[in-house]
Write a protein that binds this ligand. Structure first.
Ligand code: GLP
Length: 243
């Protein structure tokens, strides 16, 4: 598994935006696996710039988001639906809305929703490029430590560590949803190519564990060791310390 330090958040984000842009421009039916979180903000900013400058036709691009909080209305300020609209879909309003998929965390029947989402990815996939951030505890998507390596899209009980880390986006910790719907680890591994990004000192420990470990369910990101086409880009602060 190759971990590359690209120095700064800006360099790494621009590189990944270019890779996404290249995929979309070379294959107009591309399927992208999208992630949310602070890590991805600059990636989408650079991607929107590239799309606008080149007026790329994205009408046949299909996207699948990794996850969504349970119990938040799609229009809630902190839902991942809102995040995607704000960072990408509304800023480059030429996507076909029926091809933009985010799990519905407000579905009446959540089990049914997990099955629907997994089926959709299997039907329409495989995803060409899946981008991933990483949680401080090594989670990918919302797959918390202990998640079954064979898991499909499922409902997750968020750990204290994740609730605490994500409380920075909410008024207070009590407002952070306690559950989420997430692509499973096996769902993520179905992508053809996976690019994980990590920035900042708080992510260094997770990246070091990822670098050192074989597949270990206590650090869910280590499942990526089982995938043949994974790239990891970090900034100076998240780069693993050399032994
Ligand atoms: C969140 C999301 C992940 C994200 C990770 C890191 O909880 N579910 O998809 O990659 O945790 O978030 P951030 O980029 O804000 O640090």
């Amino acid at each position: 598994m190759k971990i590359t330090n690209l120095g700064t958040r800006d360099y790494a984000s621009f590189y990944v935006a270019c890779e996404l842009y290249k995929q979309m421009s070379q294959q107009c039916h591309s399927k992208l696996g999208l992630a949310t979180g602070g890590t991805m903000i600059e990636v989408y900013k650079f991607l929107v710039d590239l799309l606008k400058k080149n007026k790329l036709d994205v009408s046949q691009i299909e996207t699948f988001n990794l996850d969504e909080y349970v119990g938040l209305d799609a229009n809630h300020g902190q839902s991942y639906h809102t995040y995607m609209n704000n960072v990408l879909f509304k800023r480059y309003p030429h996507f076909n809305l029926s091809l933009l998929h985010v799990p519905n965390g407000n579905a009446v029947d959540l089990d049914e929703e997990t099955k629907r989402y997994e089926y959709l990815i299997n039907q329409q996939g495989p995803v060409d490029i899946q981008i991933l951030g990483i949680g401080e505890n090594g989670h990918i998507g919302f797959n918390e430590p202990g998640t079954d390596v064979n898991s499909a899209t499922h409902i997750v009980n968020l750990t204290e560590s994740t609730i605490n880390a994500n409380s920075r986006y909410f008024e207070n910790e009590a407002e952070v949803p306690k559950q989420a719907i997430s692509m499973g680890l096996s769902t993520i591994l179905k992508a053809q190519r996976i690019i994980l990004l990590a920035f900042g000192e708080k992510k260094r420990e997770a990246i070091e564990k990822l670098a050192e470990n074989e597949v270990n369910s206590e650090v869910p990101a280590t499942i990526l060791h089982a995938h043949p086409n994974v790239e990891i880009y970090v900034d100076d602060d998240a780069a693993p310390r050399l032994k």
